[in-house]
Design a protein around this ligand. Structure first.
Ligand SMILES: [Zn+2]
Length: 161
């Protein structure tokens, strides 16, 4: 039995396609996320929502607390500055499935905890000096000139200390 499993593991294959495949999709952002994206687009402002039970603040907001499953209805302003909780420096370029192009490397990507929020938001981190990208570094958003109501309305978070 054990021997068969090892043989099977050695024969895992990767199947390559010779055709280009597109998988366009759309989804409803829902009431809470729509409000979040409208505030980003129109006012360059971040909003969250507070749980009435555990008092956690989620941004982007969601309707139900992931910790205690209570419906959340108290809006809270958060950010715009935040703190890097974790990050990685990407040095190996790959094709972005959303754009079909390679993002120039190196670049940083990480989880940002906006001031006043208890969760994190994943985004790109801009920097001039790579040594300043560290856990605990303060960041602020750099907004896109033309905002359309999605997370790309933020170009990246810039290290400010
Ligand atoms: Zn809660």
């Amino acid at each position: 039995m054990k021997k068969e499993k090892k043989k099977e593991e050695k024969e895992l294959l990767t199947v390559h396609s010779s055709i280009d495949a597109e998988q366009p999709y759309h989804y409803s952002a829902g009431r809470y996320r729509s409000r979040f994206f409208v505030e980003l687009r129109d006012n360059r402002k971040f909003i969250g929502v507070r749980c009435p039970n555990c008092r956690r603040v989620y941004s982007p907001p969601k309707e139900v607390c992931g910790s205690c499953f209570r419906k959340m209805e108290e809006p809270v302003d958060v950010g715009p500055q935040g703190t890097i909780i974790t990050f990685t420096i990407v040095r190996f370029g790959f094709v972005d499935p959303e754009t079909g192009t390679k993002k120039p490397v190196p670049y940083a990507s990480g989880c940002i905890q906006l001031d006043g929020a208890d969760n994190t938001i994943s985004h790109f981190i801009g920097y001039d000096d790579e040594s300043k990208v560290r856990v605990g570094a303060r960041v602020e958003p750099v907004f896109a000139e033309e905002r359309i109501g999605n997370l790309k309305d933020i170009k990246h978070f810039r290290v400010i200390d």
